[in-house]
Design a protein around this ligand. Structure first.
Ligand code: UDP
Length: 362
């Protein structure tokens, strides 16, 4: 089959790294990069480091409001679809690239395969929730990462969800060893290069990422979150997402944060190392919550809900309000229960199962 895959954002590059290599054993894949994430450390580094095939098309849409970005991806993807006439279109996750790609194909009656189908936060204020619900309803193949996701689809009257496991679990299992080996000899003193000055990392660190709209928008959430980081007993390494950069710069101009190492986004292997060796992870990222669980590192998620509900068992992931007191209490007091862990996210072979399902339909 001729498969046209649309990616555009950091987590989608990581997912494509796991899936493309397997798909290309049997199918012809054309890769379209929408350009939603375009900074070198949000895009190129993943293609280089993870050996992702070069995109056949780069739509170069860049940043913009949700409407403008979605519309531009929709129009440009349609042009590619009309030229290439693929047998199916493949999309990942819940970004504007996901929805716009799926919609362009659906209108042309090209069947859509959605990887990471069925996830729900049940909060339709989130742009990601809107994208995933709408994409699921126009997809022919619904590759769910968990049994919970299959059930979520059933509740919405969609019976075609198949639990294949999570492709990010595939990626983590595939790259973890390489990541730990690459950074094995990286002592705390070398890590200090991440940010000149700041508190020493020799006693350990917390790893943090914050970029959801609800925490980085006009709300007062980020100041409270940074205040919490200042009060923690170990320093916090915080790779700053481009969306969070502006507000972080403004806050840093107003006050000095001694306990936080603000750094540029890092590559996936570096991130896996920092995560695997962190004392705890504090995040609002979907992917990082799950990586914390898979790596056995306790996580505090600064959100009202999580789509990855399995991680909440045994205190491995705890939701926190965006208030300093709640975050500090949960990071310092909650203990995870080692006996309460299970392989909810598959065996690291989700991509093969996806390939198998697509072959059945051929
Ligand atoms: N990640 C990375 N470098 C960073 C921050 C995150 O490689 O500086 C990885 C992280 O390990 C995970 C993915 O990016 O695999 C998560 O992406 P993100 O948080 O941007 O999106 P979400 O998962 O929330 O959709």
């Amino acid at each position: 089959m001729k498969i046209l895959t649309v990616v555009g954002a950091r987590p989608q590059f990581i997912k494509a790294a796991a899936v493309s290599r397997v798909l290309r054993r049997q199918h012809t894949e054309l890769l379209v990069h929408t350009g939603q994430h375009y900074d070198a450390n949000m895009s190129d580094i993943f293609f280089d480091e993870l050996d992702i095939p070069r995109p056949d098309y780069n739509l170069g849409v860049g940043s913009g409001t949700h409407g403008r970005q979605t519309a531009e991806i929709l129009m440009k993807t349609e042009e590619v679809l009309l030229r290439e006439k693929p047998d199916l279109l493949l999309v990942y996750g819940d970004t504007n690239s996901t929805l716009a790609g799926a919609l362009a194909a659906s209108k042309l009656l090209i069947p859509v395969a959605h990887i990471e189908a069925g996830l729900r936060s049940f909060n339709m204020d989130m742009p990601e929730e809107q994208n995933r619900v709408l994409t699921d309803h126009i997809s022919r193949w619904l590759f769910c990462p968990t049994q919970t996701a299959v059930k979520n689809l059933l509740v919405e009257g969609i019976s075609g969800g198949v639990n294949v496991g999570d492709v990010m679990c595939d990626a983590l299992r595939f790259y973890r060893q390489a990541a730990l080996e690459k950074y094995r000899d990286t002592g705390a003193s070398q890590l200090q290069y991440l940010a000149e000055g700041g508190r020493s990392l020799s006693q350990g660190w917390y790893l943090a990422t914050i970029h959801r709209a609800e925490n980085t928008g006009d709300s007062a959430h980020l100041p409270a979150i940074l205040e919490a980081f200042e009060q923690l007993p170990l320093p916090v390494i915080f790779p700053v997402h481009p969306r969070t950069k502006g507000i972080v710069s403004r806050l840093c101009a107003q006050g000095h944060y001694e306990n936080i190492h603000f750094v540029e986004p890092v590559g996936y292997l570096h991130m896996l190392y920092l995560a695997a060796r962190a004392r705890k992870i504090i995040t609002d990222s979907g992917g990082l919550q799950k990586e914390a669980y898979l790596l056995g590192v306790p996580c505090v998620t600064v959100r009202e809900q999580t789509e990855w509900v399995e991680t909440l068992g045994g205190g491995w992931n705890v939701l926190a309000q965006p208030h300093a007191v709640d975050i500090v209490r949960k990071v310092t007091r909650v203990e995870a229960d080692p006996s309460a862990r299970a392989d909810y996210y598959g065996d690291g072979h989700a991509a093969e199962k996806i390939l198998g399902q697509l072959s059945i339909e051929q």
